[in-house]
Write a protein that binds this ligand. Structure first.
Ligand SMILES: *Cc1c(COP(=O)(O)O)cnc(C)c1O
Length: 497
């Protein structure tokens, strides 16, 4: 065949595109990526992915390697998460899919037990991952989010008092993503199981690191009443993206996770997960990585994360105007303004993150958030620490200190200033009742007013400074921001020309 483009040219272009990405290795991005620092792991994963490249994970009876690898990954996960032989599971495509399937299972189980019908409720602290909002939205559950304390910690009684006949699932996190708080798993699971209500532990981020840290109160299948648990292989499991495990206690419960139909003229469909035909690549990589590391390997990597976390928390606690929020568990934490010092000595976490970005480290900005009871959780900057963080400690520490010095006393971005920058009338429109029914032209025009969206070149989609964007997220009604962000992302991939 005569190719339209030469493979070498295509790959050269891909390399150029990749060079423009945020760096995935070397500890410069403190969210999204989980770099073990072991080049052999990446090599092993790449080879494993290549070996299963043509396989269809849809059918483990035809491609029997898929069943064997999945069984062995689940065996490893069940062992480190202290499940007994009653605990079974699936490898999914990621944390979101694990959470979605936990909710789907609980919903179907609840429906079977409540033939009179009605709308089941999903009960969780407001720090539960957004994936549960997505699950409630997709699967038709009422979302009941319980406010947490200003330090991100969840009071067990606040959850327990909301348990009821209509609750299909209560979710706790180990730990939560925004503040790394370990939710009161034992208290909640004990109360929910006494009422026959399912309890999911979202250990997507903690599942493959907390087992090797000291002094963490029990949060896994050792806790009676925990009915399911999610743990991401593509986070602290160090696998490439596309792999997570969902473990469920009780075979009969777990079968409600499946979808099966023979009611069409094609092949019988029996799917434990959301997809049909699927790659076995991330599974094969996860299988290889869990086997090569074993418990001892994970323990060593967890220790490296922990050393860097302890050191960074100490450093940040010593920076005037900043504080670590609450009592984080695991290699992650959030940093907020220390409001115990005078305004002139305070450091806004978003200005700080923007400044740190200028020094070559990418931190994740988290907006302030108003909970259902009106209480407000602070604006923060999120850190996820990985084994490679230790290798950049000196440079990172210097950047964190000098950035704080540079922005100390600078007040947070005022929304009035941001809105002043948009075209006449737009500000009023954004706050008005019609804002949620924005059409795509208007939404794009508003984005352009904020200096967002696609410019002539691709890099123009996001601005240099994120603090003004976060100020908007905090100030505009959520449905408006959500609509604008949809427009931003949708336009990013619109075909051109
Ligand atoms: C990352 C995460 C998720 C979602 O996982 P994805 O892999 O991004 O889909 C869910 N819960 C928690 C606590 C997480 O940290």
């Amino acid at each position: 065949m005569r190719f339209q483009e030469q493979p070498a040219d295509i790959l050269a272009r891909l390399q150029a595109l990749r060079d423009a990405d945020a760096p995935t290795h070397g500890g410069r991005v403190l969210s999204y990526v989980y770099d073990s620092g072991l080049a052999e792991l990446d090599e092993l994963a790449a080879t494993a992915i290549r070996m299963v490249q043509p396989v269809n994970g849809l059918d483990p009876t035809t491609f029997t390697s898929v069943a064997t690898m999945e069984r062995e990954v689940l065996q490893f996960a069940r062992q480190v998460l202290h499940g007994d032989e009653d605990v079974v599971g699936s490898v999914t495509s990621g944390g979101t899919e694990s959470c979605l399937l936990a909710v789907k299972t609980a919903r179907d189980d609840w429906r079977a037990a409540h033939p009179a019908g009605g709308m089941p409720r999903l009960l969780a602290p407001s720090t539960a991952h957004a994936a549960f909002q997505k699950a409630a939205h997709y699967f038709g559950l009422e979302l009941d989010l319980v406010p947490v304390g200003a330090d991100g910690t969840c009071d067990a009684s606040a959850i327990i008092e909301r348990l009821g006949e209509d609750v299909a699932l209560v979710v706790v996190s180990a730990p939560s993503y925004p503040f790394a708080a370990l939710d009161p798993v034992a208290e909640v699971a004990s109360a929910s199981s006494a009422r026959g209500i399912a309890c999911h532990v979202d250990a997507c981020i903690g599942g493959f690191v907390l087992p090797w840290l000291e002094g963490v109160s029990p949060w896994d299948f050792r806790v009676p009443g925990v009915t399911s648990l999610s743990a991401d292989l593509h986070k602290f499991g160090y696998a490439p993206k596309g792999a997570s495990v969902l473990l469920q206690r009780g075979r009969d419960r777990q079968r409600a996770q499946y979808f099966a139909t023979t009611r069409w003229p094609g092949y019988p469909v029996v799917n434990p997960t959301m997809l049909g035909s699927k790659s076995a690549g991330a599974l094969a990589a996860s299988w290889a990585i869990t086997r090569v590391l074993g418990e001892d390997g994970y323990a060593e990597l967890a220790a490296a994360c922990d050393r860097a976390t302890v050191a960074l928390r100490a450093l940040i606690s010593g920076i005037e105007g900043l504080r670590v929020v609450g009592d984080p568990v695991g290699p992650l934490f959030a940093v907020a303004t220390d409001e115990s010092v005078p305004g002139a000595r305070r450091v806004d976490p978003h200005h700080w993150a923007d400044r740190v970005r200028g020094e070559g480290f990418l931190l994740q900005l988290q907006p302030a958030f108003t909970q259902a009871d009106g209480s407000r959780l602070p604006s923060t900057t999120h850190f996820t620490i990985t084994p490679v963080t230790e290798t950049v400690m000196a440079e990172l520490s210097a950047a964190l200190v000098s950035a704080a010095d540079a922005v100390r006393g600078v007040p947070p971005v005022s929304v009035a200033d941001v809105l002043a920058a948009v075209p006449d009338g737009a500000a009023a429109m954004l706050q008005g009742p019609d804002a949620t029914s924005l059409d795509s032209e208007t939404a794009a025009a508003l984005l352009a007013g904020f200096g967002l969206g696609r410019g002539a070149d691709d890099s123009a989609a996001l601005p240099e400074r994120m603090a003004p964007i976060l100020a908007l997220v905090e100030a505009l009604p959520a449905p408006v921001t959500e609509r604008l962000l949809i427009e931003l992302l949708a336009r990013l991939v619109e075909p051109r020309g």
